[in-house]
Design a protein around this ligand. Structure first.
Ligand SMILES: [Cu+2]
Length: 350
């Protein structure tokens, strides 16, 4: 009884905490598919094909085993209640069953070899995707967010963003995967299989998105407390739109026009924010946290944790530990005025 009332109290407290966030609940997170069977590019399609081969083979084998078992159970018994059990068969050689067992073992070996061959060929096909004219991206995983850096032969053209990967439809994408702290795994099932990000080692992921859309990704390797809130989005868009996005992302942050946002800018530059974050074109140049230069152009905050609305932004900055307990952004005490100024400034960072 005591445990029950305790549980009810805990539920009531949770409901009250949720009720304190009406503005946040009003804007949902973006709808984005995260479905293995909806392949939106060749790499994911190969993985789905392999999965189908496994499904059909394993279903057929299971059905055959169950059928054999049912047949054995249904067969006429060798002895009944009025006859003594026939134990001579224990020592008798039985060529029939022996042959069946041999055949079943042979069939299992052949089927397993076929599955191995299918896996190897799928792996080869995945590695053979044409990479001409590929977009080169470097993704670094952190507890619990992602740095996304767009590589280029010309260093001044490189730029960084966080938790969103924009790609042009129909063009191959090569992602170099790195990890900053522990092992993570990048998984965008609509586009490609999982790939681990290992500290001290670079691995490669290749895919192509053939359909425009927003696809959800998720860290797929348990990496600590907020592993579940380590999401990201892949935004596949027509090539012109992608180019325009790249152009915009390369620009430094625009100078804010109104006084409140200007005050917000100097707060970001002069308080602890600048110890972790960068806003290109300002004195904030640290690289321990998501680059905020074009924060307002992103769909979500904190790796898919909150929708990117002014209310959610204010709520995040005021108390990140409430939204993502354990996150490496501390809760920084500040006045409502300062908070509103910072939110106004970050809102201008398109
Ligand atoms: Cu992770």
């Amino acid at each position: 009884m005591k445990a029950l009332s305790g549980a009810i109290r805990a539920l009531a407290a949770a409901a009250a905490a949720t009720a304190a966030l009406p503005a946040l609940a009003a804007t949902p997170l973006p709808e984005a598919p995260h479905r293995v069977l909806d392949a939106m590019g060749p790499q994911a399609a190969h993985v789905v094909d392999l999965w189908r081969i496994f499904l059909v083979t394993c279903t057929a084998v299971t059905a055959a085993i169950v059928a054999a078992l049912l047949y054995i159970l249904w067969r006429r018994p060798r002895s009944g209640s009025d006859s003594t059990p026939d134990l001579t068969m224990v020592n008798r050689s039985e060529p029939g069953p022996r042959r069946h067992v041999t055949q079943a073992v042979a069939a299992s070996v052949v089927l397993l070899l076929l599955l191995v061959a299918a896996s190897v060929f799928t792996d080869r096909t995945l590695a053979r995707m044409p990479l001409k004219d590929a977009v080169n991206i470097e993704v670094t995983a952190h507890q619990w967010w992602w740095t996304v850096r767009y590589r280029s032969g010309e260093v001044w053209q490189e730029f960084e963003t966080a938790n969103e990967i924009h790609v042009p439809v129909g063009r191959p994408v090569v992602i170099q995967l790195k990890a900053d702290d522990v092992i993570h795994s990048l998984w965008v099932p609509n586009l490609a299989g999982k790939k681990d990000l290992l500290p001290g080692r670079t691995s490669i992921m290749q895919f192509r998105a053939d359909q425009p859309g927003i696809y959800r990704g998720q860290c797929a390797e348990f990496c600590g407390y907020q592993h579940a809130l380590m999401g990201l989005f892949v935004i596949a868009e027509p090539p012109e739109q992608f180019e325009a996005w790249q152009q915009a992302q390369r620009q430094a942050a625009a100078e804010p026009a109104d006084a409140q946002a200007q005050r917000g800018k100097s707060l970001v530059e002069s308080t602890s924010c600048a110890m972790c974050h960068a806003v290109q074109g300002t004195r904030a140049q640290a690289r321990r946290a998501p680059d905020l230069t074009h924060l307002a152009s992103r769909r979500t905050l904190a790796a898919g944790t909150l929708p990117n609305t002014p209310q959610a932004l204010a709520s995040w900055i005021a108390d990140p530990q409430r939204h993502k307990p354990g996150t490496n952004m501390p809760t920084i005490p500040m006045s409502q005025d300062d908070l509103q100024a910072i939110v106004a400034y970050l809102g201008t960072l398109q």
